[in-house]
Design a protein around this ligand. Structure first.
Ligand code: HEC
Length: 125
């Protein structure tokens, strides 16, 4: 029985190492996709609270994306585009906070362009 415990710990450790290695996984980008869609519709609905929440969630997700590219000096455009996304999601939070939905909509369009720019560089499929 006792031999099973170290084995379990080992499997857990390997699982963690894998998770850290595959930081930019499909789940992360799927969450980015969902939050980005929700943000666009909440800006259109002029719902400041929900828009700010989506922008904040995107900001947190892009912090993970930034970390991924910080560890990849061979992909400087990914780092620059992660940082641009961080700036835009912060700006959107300020804009909806000030009820500037026109400005927020412009920033959201710019954010979507940033998504596409990064995918052109790095998305495999
Ligand atoms: C800094 C780079 C970068 C930015 C910015 C970025 N992505 Fe991605 N995205 C990727 C990469 C790389 C992949 C491919 C991941 C892989 O193949 O492991 C991807 C994949 C995806 C996928 C496919 C996931 C799947 O299940 O097939 C979606 C959807 C997606 N991104 C949405 C977005 C949206 C929406 C934004 C903007 C709000 C965005 N991404 C911004 C790098 C980025």
């Amino acid at each position: 029985m006792s031999a099973l415990i170290p084995l379990g710990v080992l499997c857990f450790a390997i699982g963690l190492a894998r998770a850290a290695d595959a930081a930019l996984d499909m789940d992360l980008m799927q969450n980015v996709e969902d939050a980005n869609k929700s943000l666009a519709s909440n800006i259109a609905l002029r719902d400041a609270g929900a828009s700010a929440k989506d922008a904040e969630e995107l900001h947190t997700l892009f912090q993970t994306v930034e970390k991924h590219y910080l560890a990849k000096p061979e992909a400087p455009d990914g780092l620059a585009l992660s940082r641009k996304s961080l700036q835009l999601t912060e700006k959107i939070q300020q804009q909806v906070g000030a009820q500037d939905f026109g400005g927020a909509s412009g920033s959201a369009t710019e954010l979507s362009r940033t998504c596409r720019a990064c995918h052109t560089f790095y998305k495999q499929s």
